[in-house]
Structure formats: C-alpha cells, structure tokens
Ligand binder design. Structure first.
Ligand SMILES: NC(=O)c1ccc[n+]([C@@H]2O[C@H](COP(=O)([O-])OP(=O)(O)OC[C@H]3O[C@@H](n4cnc5c(N)ncnc54)[C@H](OP(=O)(O)O)[C@@H]3O)[C@@H](O)[C@H]2O)c1
Length: 287
C-alpha cells in the first residue's frame, strides 16, 4: 500500500482528511500534529519523513488566523512560508510528492467581478496571511513533485468557521451585518478532501490547482443561504468592506474578488460540488 503522511492532523481539514484516507483502506496513513512535529524544525521534519518514507506528504498545517497574521507576522511567516520549504526539501530528498494547501488570498482581488482568477494569473497578496502563504507556495515548489491546491473560505465540522459564527450571531438578534462586496466560493473540508482524493487517484501534471466548491457568492449572500436552509428569521443587512473595517479597524484587508476558475480542475476530470449542495451536505451533520 502507498504510504501517505498527513501533516497537521488536528486541524479542521487535516482531521477530516486523515480519517477519510484511513477509512478508504487504500493507503497506509501516517499523521503528525503540532505536538508531535513542529514543521518549523527542519531536523524533526527530516527525521519523521525519513522514518516513514511516504509516497505523498499532505501539508494541512498552517497559521490560519488571518487577522492574527498582521500582529504575529514572524510566526505566521515561519509556519506558512519558511516551514513549507522544510517539508518540500525533505519530500524531495525521499522522492515524495508534496500536496500543499494554499489560498485565494494570494491574489489582490482587484480583478473586476465579472472575471475569475486562473492559476497562472499574477499574484499580489493584500494581507500578511496572503504574503506568508505566497512564500509557502514558492517554497512548496522546491519539492519538484508538488500539487499546490488553492482553496478558499474553508469550513468544516472540526473547527471554528464562518457558518458556526453566523448561526451563533443570529441567536436573539433581529439582524446581523455581513460584508457584501467580497466575492468567492465557500468550500467544505469534505469537498476539498474529495478533490485531494481524486488528485491522489489521477496523478495529474504537477502544479497549482484552484480547488474550491463550484459557483460564487458573497459572505452576505452565503449567510442568507445558511439562514434560509436552517429557517433562521434574522435579517441579513449588507455592509461594504470599508464599513466593516470602520467597525473592526484591526481586521486584515481581504481581496474583493476571490473567484477562482476551476477550468484546470475540470480538464483533469475533477468537478467539485456546488456551494449549495456542499452546504446542504454539511448541515446534514449538524452545525
Ligand atoms: N480556514 C480557511 O478558511 C482557509 C481558507 C483558505 C485556505 N486555507 C488553508 O487550508 C489549510 C487547512 O486549514 P485549516 O482551516 O484546516 O487550518 P487549522 O484548522 O488552523 O489547522 C492547522 C493546524 O496546523 C497546526 N500548526 C500550526 N503551527 C504548526 C507548526 N509549527 N507545526 C505543526 N503544526 C502546526 C495547528 O495547530 P494549533 O491549532 O495548535 O495552532 C492546527 O492543528 C491551511 O493551509 C490553510 O492556510 C484555509
């Protein structure tokens, strides 16, 4: 059986991915958590990788607090950027393929909202998080055999997420205010796991693949969709990013256009579920 090492197994994505890969019975699956492997420690990464000799290394570890990255840039840059180079170097040493998870936030979001970003378009992050993740992309390429999967607006059962926050906020309130001018694709961890599983099966050409649910929405419209399905009567009031920033001055800037083309994924025969289908699937498992 092929060996897979899942790094970051306690995270929202990593925990689900690890369980799914194990339960598939197709692979021998190994894992590390922040307790068992600090990816910033090159020697520790090398020892772990040399012990296991995996065919694939899937990096789900990251510093994911977008606003926190502004204040803790050095730590975020080490985890999201420099440490990815550690993993990539060790992957190359043993001939493993690296699957690394990146983000829509590598783009500046200034593209008109009637256009979508393809994998080869110019990047230009507007946030500290985006900058650190971009360094991670550059470093992931050192593996030589690599897939960089840019996902977006990720939510899953095993972590804090936007959906849980909006449901909680609705309790006892007549209305909530939500940003209406950031466009993107909320993506479930389950859908991203399905994409990863298909990448493992198909072994397409190495490179970057935009990996989100199908379709586009805004945070405000997505909130309306959630409330509608759950029968929550709280009104969703639309606000602009600028109004949000006035309310939360310390919040990080976010791209207004985060819409990622899935054409490259389609060309290799991978068709992610739509935003609504995946949301409905998610809600079958509770909030
Ligand atoms: N969440 C989103 O909306 C979103 C959007 C686009 C892309 N992504 C990307 O998707 C991937 C998965 O995200 P996620 O939401 O599943 O993240 P997550 O829940 O925050 O999980 C990340 C895991 O990495 C661990 N970690 C942090 N520093 C580490 C270190 N130095 N060594 C080893 N492990 C470390 C964290 O431990 P602690 O919890 O103890 O810190 C956590 O268990 C990430 O690459 C993220 O950048 C996420």
């Amino acid at each position: 059986m092929e060996k897979i090492l899942v790094i970051g197994k306690d995270g929202m994505l990593g925990s689900e991915l690890y369980e799914r890969l194990r339960n598939s019975g197709k692979y021998e699956v190994f894992e590390t958590t922040i307790e068992t492997l600090d990816i910033c420690n090159l020697d520790a990464v090398r020892n772990k990788v040399n012990d296991i000799m995996p065919k694939y290394i899937i990096n789900c570890a990251a510093y994911t607090n977008v606003d926190g990255c502004e204040k803790n840039f050095e730590l975020a840059n080490n985890v999201n950027g420099v440490a990815v180079g550690n993993i990539a170097t060790c992957a190359k040493e043993v001939g493993a393929t690296l699957i690394h998870i990146s983000t829509d936030y590598v783009f500046d979001g200034k593209l008109p909202t009637n256009e979508v970003y393809t994998e080869n378009m110019e990047v230009g992050p507007v946030s500290a998080y985006g900058k650190t993740k971009l360094l991670g992309e550059e470093n992931a390429k050192k593996a030589e055999k690599y897939y960089i999967l840019r996902t977006a607006w990720l939510y899953g059962h095993n972590g804090k997420n936007f959906l849980k926050t909006m449901v909680k906020l609705s309790e006892g309130r007549d209305y909530v205010t939500v940003v209406c001018d950031q466009h993107g694709s909320p993506t479930t961890t389950t859908s991203l796991c399905e994409i990863i599983e298909q990448i493992l099966e198909k072994n397409p050409e190495y490179g970057i693949y935009h990996s989100t649910n199908e379709g586009f929405t805004t945070w405000a419209e997505f909130t309306k969709m959630i409330y509608e399905i759950l029968g929550i009567k709280t009104e969703v009031k639309f606000i602009t990013s600028e109004e949000y920033k006035e309310m939360f001055p310390e919040s990080s800037d976010r791209p207004k256009n985060s819409m990622l083309s899935k054409e490259k994924l389609h060309k290799i025969g991978i068709y992610p579920k739509t935003i609504k289908e995946s949301l409905e699937d998610y809600l079958k498992g509770g909030i």
